[in-house]
Design a protein around this ligand. Structure first.
Ligand SMILES: Nc1ncnc2c1ncn2[C@@H]1O[C@H](COP(=O)(O)OP(=O)(O)OP(=O)(O)O)[C@@H](O)[C@H]1O
Length: 407
């Protein structure tokens, strides 16, 4: 729902009685007290894109609230009242101005925490005392260390640390018993390798006048993808134009560096080149872009991304069943793509069925999306190996999901 007036009108008419979900984005500067009329039923509240800097102390009256999104609001502190919410398990405060996360601001049932793109320098030890924690998004902050107790988080499977200030790998990461998906690019511990990868390719960058841009092929969270033709008559390519300077997993620069460093592999979607920014360009010159091979039509994602309920696990189409030979071929190709990345000293970081495009008839597959990939070359060899072993957990989850649907 977009406007406060529309919300109020619906509330007064009784149309919202018993509502379990509300989305309000209307330039709100204060929490609308009218919402308390739904305190007994509301489970999902989305207040993203307002002007809120605080939440009321009696928010805990929302006894059923499980999910709270409040991204793109000028909070400077994670509201402490969240720590007293009895059922709250998903908390999303992306792109606010948060500097402080107090020890008592984390709900006991916390399962999924999004603090991407804030200014956080330190996290409280209580984060390691949330046994249901499964997904932790901390990219693009100012962190140099993690709470020690996170090392023992029994269910923490997905961790995003990209774009912070880590000079070495936080030791807690290697101890996490269930970790399977990790992004850590764009930190001082990886930056040198990323810069080298970008510099090495700078001379081979394409200019925008080398390409004619055509229709939009699709868009994801981080970019718009167009079909484009090289003006020299070479085969068509895909052009990915990044939407913003930061993605949920890191930065476009890190994604491009990883893609270039990964090099070519028949089952990995890696860029052919970056597009040189240029003032005369048809696209906004401040936007970063890269050129990718054009995938043949007929490929489809193996699954959809996780839902609020599945949290770290992909969602497969109802009744999805794969023919055994196709499933085996798919898994062999994905394993070979992962082995290639590991051989290059890298992590994919987002090894998921939703990042695999495949042809269900043949089993031919391409692993895409290096947006969470990390270059591990600057880490000690033993750590590199441990991280790659960790990523094999993601591969095992994928294999189990596919095998469970193979007839
Ligand atoms: N190389 C390509 N060739 C043809 N079509 C492509 C190509 N890459 C992407 N697409 C199309 O664009 C859509 C969006 O791509 P994708 O999901 O990779 O976006 P993204 O923004 O890069 O990813 P993310 O959401 O993970 O940040 C795909 O579903 C597909 O239809």
């Amino acid at each position: 729902m977009q406007s406060l007036q529309a919300f109020q009108a619906q509330l007064h008419s009784g149309a919202l009685r018993g509502a379990r979900q509300i989305k309000l984005s209307a330039g709100l500067r204060e929490f609308p007290r009218e919402l308390f009329a739904l305190a007994d039923t509301l489970e999902v509240l989305d207040l993203s894109g307002n002007q809120l800097a605080s939440l009321p102390d009696d928010l805990r009256r929302f006894g059923q609230l499980r999910v709270l999104f409040a991204s793109n609001n000028p909070f400077t502190e994670l509201p402490r009242v969240l720590g007293r919410m009895p059922r709250l398990e998903m908390v999303g405060f992306k792109a606010c101005q948060i500097r402080t996360v107090a020890a008592d601001s984390l709900p006991a049932q916390l399962r999924w925490l999004i603090l991407t793109d804030n200014q956080i320098t330190e996290l409280p030890e209580t984060l390691g005392e949330r046994p249901r924690l499964q997904k932790l998004m901390l990219a693009c902050n100012q962190l140099q260390a993690l709470p020690r107790g996170l090392a023992r988080s029994p269910r923490l499977e997905l961790l995003r640390l990209a774009g912070n200030r880590f000079t070495t790998l936080p030791p807690e990461v290697l101890a996490m018993p269930a970790l399977a998906w990790l992004a850590m690019a764009g930190n001082p511990m990886t930056q040198h390798s990323e810069q080298q990868a970008l510099q090495a390719q700078a001379l081979r960058a394409w200019r925008s006048q080398d390409l004619q841009r055509h229709e939009l092929l699709g868009q994801g969270a981080s970019g718009h993808i167009y079909r484009a033709s090289p003006v020299d008559g070479a085969a068509d390519v895909a052009l990915k134009v990044f939407k913003a300077g930061q993605t949920s997993d890191g930065t476009p620069q890190s994604e491009m560096a990883a893609g270039l460093a990964a090099g070519e592999h028949p089952h990995l979607l890696t860029p052919l080149a970056v597009l040189q920014p240029d003032a005369a360009a048809e696209i906004d010159p401040s936007m970063l872009a890269m050129v990718l091979p054009l995938l043949p039509p007929g490929l489809q994602p193996l699954a959809g991304p996780p839902s609020l309920a599945s949290c770290t696990r992909d969602v497969y189409a109802d009744g999805a069943r794969f023919a055994r030979p196709a499933a085996q071929r798919l898994l062999a190709q994905v394993r070979s793509a992962v082995a290639h990345l590991h051989g290059r000293g890298m992590l994919h970081g987002d090894l998921y069925a939703h990042n695999i495009l495949w042809n269900p008839d043949t089993g031919d597959a391409v692993l895409s999306d290096l947006g969470a990939a990390s270059m591990l070359g600057e880490l000690p060899a033993a750590q590199r190996l441990q991280l790659q072993q960790m990523e094999l957990r993601a591969l095992q989850h994928l294999e189990a999901e596919v095998q469970a649907r193979t007839r």
